[in-house]
Ligand binder design. Structure first.
Ligand code: SF4
Length: 731
């Protein structure tokens, strides 16, 4: 709609996974406001404060809008030609001297929300040569979930989600959807959907060391931090001991007897000391799951980044399996795209990724890789350890690993040792402060998009595509365009780079730019609701979605069930329960001792007005002189002479920070919860974030390979043993 230079354009938010519908107000080509889209079929007029505040990010005066080069006097603007010519020449020199193993790429979480970024980063990181290093934020977030899927279903892409709209018992472990808005689960208005469960007579149970914002609205079962593996082993033990295992589980899986033997010793009486959950409570939970035909257990970040993330995720799915909830309406279900032949593609890809997992090891620590990505906790050591494949050129896109990886101080030192470092981002953050070049990229409202990553995690199958609603600020470009331009200047010949240059030449002859959009278009056209290239009248394609259906289209009312044979990538088509790695993790769990002189446990905490490390520069989100606060129990504080608002010293075996604390009774005693993403010390170029400051909680974490989760290489970010003391002089 257009009136006197003002347009109101339907689009969608891509900060987090619900992808809420938005109406962008554009005045004379400038984004001036965002409001929730009432006509969006699923978000229906909802958007959170971060989504609304994004206008401030787009127009932020601290945003990078020209290529920047680091000089002895700080960053200075340079032209694209000058930046890319120099980067290309330095890439050629590094490749010539050291080979592709000298290149590393770190891809941050926002890349998952941009097809242009995903395709661009993968093209460079994998195309530069077979020895390159590829890191993503997934080893701080999702790798353990993906690997558990690879073990159980044969493919990391086969990830079950709770059937939110039909379940009668939803058990959340280490998840706080009231603040995260859902993760590995695209469900706009998730708060309403959870209340719907209760309204129709069901229950939502939240298992967490903290009475989180979600737990406060439903039933809370407080547990000792990072004890989920024990709790789930006991739930399974009760299922087997009491004969509650469903018949469906026997038909759907291989290895139930192996699993029964593995869990046999973990009676609720044995695990109580680890979990803090009484045997009666635990048995009641298991029996409720067994007795509720439509139940689903769902775990998220808290279950993924503890000491045993892969084991815990595996156990969550095993509970859903034995309860008979897997692949059943109201249970734990698998989103599918409905693309013809997808089943065989998934089997082939699963086999390839399993082979990579078996055969490939990281240079440092000998760890395995999940979906081709190395554990990011080892990134600094990959830069500083001499030898073949030592990283000398590093690219960081939409990430701030100095704040998000364990031991950010070590990484900062390592970054300074590189021959070349390039950042692609909206801001000069604490990581990009170490770059030779920072290249300006588009925000989500300055590019077209289709959320390819999240299609299979939708609680209601849905499609939405958008065009850019404004032109890019300054000289900003998409990551894809930057990378194509860079590769076209690099002289090094690799098969991928040569193919890309040839594609670019062919596209150029007809006055076009090479783009990955046809791949996205093909996916839309071939999947449920798609036009199948003209075979289905009025079916969807990218253009039709963006123009004829700008608010999006629900393509099916519910997720299809009975698809296990389609989504399991093993040839036998069944869930595979028996894995040596899982058995080894159970043994390691039992042998592990808690250090006696670190009696408390630190857990992470999401905040409604933060998005990891990158939204602390929006005035709307930082209003009220907002600062970082840890949460600890009133009794723990009293024992340490700590008052509300005092600063506490938190020390782990690996580091120490000082952080102001707020006191509460809504946390299990012995736990301190500290929000992540803070620690802006003035090295970045974001002035509001710098004023807010805070401390980097990941200084308490270890980047030693021995402390990285053994199976998926997950950073250990929660349940870290700590001492807490008052840092305030005695009163
Ligand atoms: S919940 Fe997420 S997707 Fe929705 S408006 Fe907020 S940040 Fe955007």
């Amino acid at each position: 709609m257009m009136a006197s230079g003002i347009e109101h354009k339907p689009t969608f938010c891509r900060i987090c996974e619900p992808l809420c519908g938005m109406i962008a107000t554009v005045e004379d080509g400038r984004l001036t406001a965002l409001r929730p889209d009432r006509e969006h079929p699923l978000s229906a007029g909802f958007a959170c404060q971060k989504g609304i505040a994004f206008t401030e990010v787009v127009n932020d005066p601290d945003r990078v809008t020209t290529p920047l080069k680091r000089t002895p006097d700080g960053f200075e603007p340079v032209s694209w030609d000058s930046a890319l010519d120099d980067i290309a020449a330095r890439c050629d020199a590094i490749h010539r001297r050291h080979g592709s193993g000298a290149f590393g790429w770190y891809m941050g979480n926002p890349a998952a929300f941009s097809y242009a970024h995903l395709f661009g980063a993968m093209t460079f990181a994998k195309g530069v040569g077979r020895d390159s290093h590829f890191f993503t934020s997934s080893s701080q977030d999702t790798s353990s979930r993906l690997l558990a899927s690879q073990f159980l279903y044969g493919s990391p892409m086969t990830v079950p989600i709770p059937d939110l709209l039909r379940t009668d018992l939803l058990v959340l472990i280490g998840a706080n959807p009231m603040v995260s808005h859902g993760s590995f689960l695209t469900a706009p208005r998730i708060k309403d959907r959870m209340h719907d469960i209760v309204r129709r007579g069901g229950r939502v149970v939240v298992i967490d060391p903290r009475r989180s914002e979600t737990a406060a609205q439903f039933e809370w079962l407080g547990v000792i931090a990072d004890s989920d593996a024990y709790l789930l082993l006991s739930v399974l033990q009760v299922f087997f001991a009491e004969g509650l295992v469903s018949e469906a589980a026997r038909a759907q899986s291989h290895g139930l007897d192996w699993l029964a033997a593995e869990v046999a010793e973990f009676t609720p009486e044995v695990t109580q000391v680890h979990t803090g959950v009484t045997p009666d409570t635990l048995r009641a939970l298991a029996r409720d799951l067994a007795a509720t035909p439509r139940s689903a257990v769902y775990g998220r970040l808290g279950t993924c980044v503890g000491r045993n993330g892969t084991l815990v995720t595996y156990l969550i799915d095993a509970v859903n399996l034995v309860a008979g909830s897997l692949d059943r309406p109201g249970g734990s279900v698998f989103g599918t795209l409905g693309i013809p032949g997808q089943k065989w593609g998934s089997k082939l890809m699963g086999a390839a990724l399993r082979r990579t997992y078996r055969t490939k090891r990281t240079r440092i620590g000998g760890m395995r890789t999940v979906i081709g990505a190395e554990p990011a906790a080892l990134m600094a050591k990959e830069m500083t350890t001499a030898g073949h494949r030592q990283i000398r050129a590093m690219f960081v896109g939409a990430g701030n690993p100095v704040l998000s990886l364990p031991n950010g101080a070590e990484l900062e030192d390592a970054l300074e040792s590189l021959d070349l470092m390039v950042g692609l981002d909206l801001y000069v953050n604490e990581t990009h402060a170490h770059c030779d070049y920072v290249l300006p990229v588009t925000t989500m409202y300055e590019r077209d998009d289709f959320a390819v990553t999240f299609q299979q995690f939708q609680a209601t199958p849905f499609r939405q595509a958008t065009d850019a609603v404004v032109t890019p600020a300054g000289q900003c470009r998409t990551e894809w365009d930057i990378i194509v331009d860079l590769i076209s200047r690099i002289r090094t010949r690799t098969p991928v780079f040569a193919a890309l240059r040839a594609g670019q030449r062919i596209a150029g002859r007809s006055g076009r730019r090479l783009s990955p959009r046809p791949v996205i278009d093909m996916m839309i056209r071939m999947s449920d609701g798609g036009d199948r290239f003209g075979l289905r009248r009025n079916g969807l394609n990218f253009r039709r979605l963006a123009t004829a259906h700008p608010h999006g289209v629900v393509v099916a009312p519910d997720i299809r069930t009975g698809v296990l044979d389609e989504v399991v990538a093993y040839r036998h088509g069944k869930v595979e329960l028996e894995h040596d790695g899982i058995g080894d993790e159970i043994i390691a769990l039992v042998r592990r001792k808690r250090p006696a002189d670190f009696p408390m446990r630190m857990i992470g905490m999401r905040e409604p007005r933060s998005e990891n490390s990158w939204m602390h520069n929006a005035p709307l989100l930082m209003r009220g002189e907002r600062t970082q606060r840890a949460l600890m129990h009133v009794d723990d504080a009293a024992a340490r002479d700590i008052a509300d608002g005092d600063t506490a010293t938190v020390r782990s075996p690996f580091g120490e920070i000082a952080v102001p604390v707020a006191l509460t009774a809504d946390i299990v005693p012995g736990t301190i919860a500290i929000p992540h993403g803070w620690g802006h010390r003035g090295t970045g170029g974001w002035r509001i974030a710098n004023r807010a400051g805070g401390v980097n909680v990941n200084q308490l974490m270890s980047s030693d390979p021995a402390d990285v989760e053994a199976l998926a290489g997950m950073s250990w970010l929660t349940g870290v043993p700590v001492q807490v003391a008052s840092a305030t002089p005695s009163r």
